[in-house]
Design a protein around this ligand. Sequence first.
Ligand SMILES: Cc1cc2nc3c(=O)[nH]c(=O)nc-3n(C[C@H](O)[C@H](O)[C@H](O)COP(=O)(O)O)c2cc1C
Length: 211
Amino acid sequence: MTYNFLDTLSTPAVKAAQTANGSGEFWSGFHGNRTFDRFTENEIAFIAERDSFYMASVSESGWPYVQHRGGPPGFLRVLDDRTLAFADYRGNRQYISTGNLTADDRVALFLMDYPHRARLKVLAHAQIKDLTADHDLEAKLATPGYKAKPERAVMLHLEAFDWNCPQHITPRFTEAELAPALAPIRDRINELEAENKVLREHLAGAQMPTT
Ligand SMILES: Cc1cc2nc3c(=O)[nH]c(=O)nc-3n(C[C@H](O)[C@H](O)[C@H](O)COP(=O)(O)O)c2cc1C
């Protein structure tokens, strides 16, 4: 397999849809130039900066289920070039993803970088780990100072990944990303407000009625 992300997802129905829509020949002959089954420095750096991702799991009834996972930047750790792991924090205690993973370990992740208009798609097999029984893993996933309670670890064994193009991604920025750009503007506003105050006081003094 030379392009195993596509190979993994090209079911007969998908191939039929490609053929019906005129792209069957293109994709059946597409071999790509990477294997997409090991993270390179590029993906590792990208994952290290993410503070959230979306994770789709498969329910026993066949319904796909997407949930959000978030934490401090880099909370989704790259353990090696085929393995990711994250501490699964306590939430609403529905445990839908957790339950799904015990019946079917397949997940699809969506990692977004809105400022750079980039997204990474990952297919993986998930493995739930008891954090209290694995202190080495617990230490690797620790995020000192972060208030959420880790309930378990989820290891993700890479099947394949692929990058999407930037089309239709609107750049969005977090408060932290905006802070450096806004700091000079805030400083300038403070300066102008101080100057304005002095001028108002000066004006009020100049308009005092004389007797
Ligand atoms: C107090 C609290 C309430 C939450 N309520 C919701 C909710 O109503 N709907 C939702 O989708 N996620 C909610 N979340 C986030 C989920 O609980 C969180 O994403 C969790 O990891 C989902 O786990 P699961 O995918 O295994 O069900 C809440 C989180 C907290 C801490």
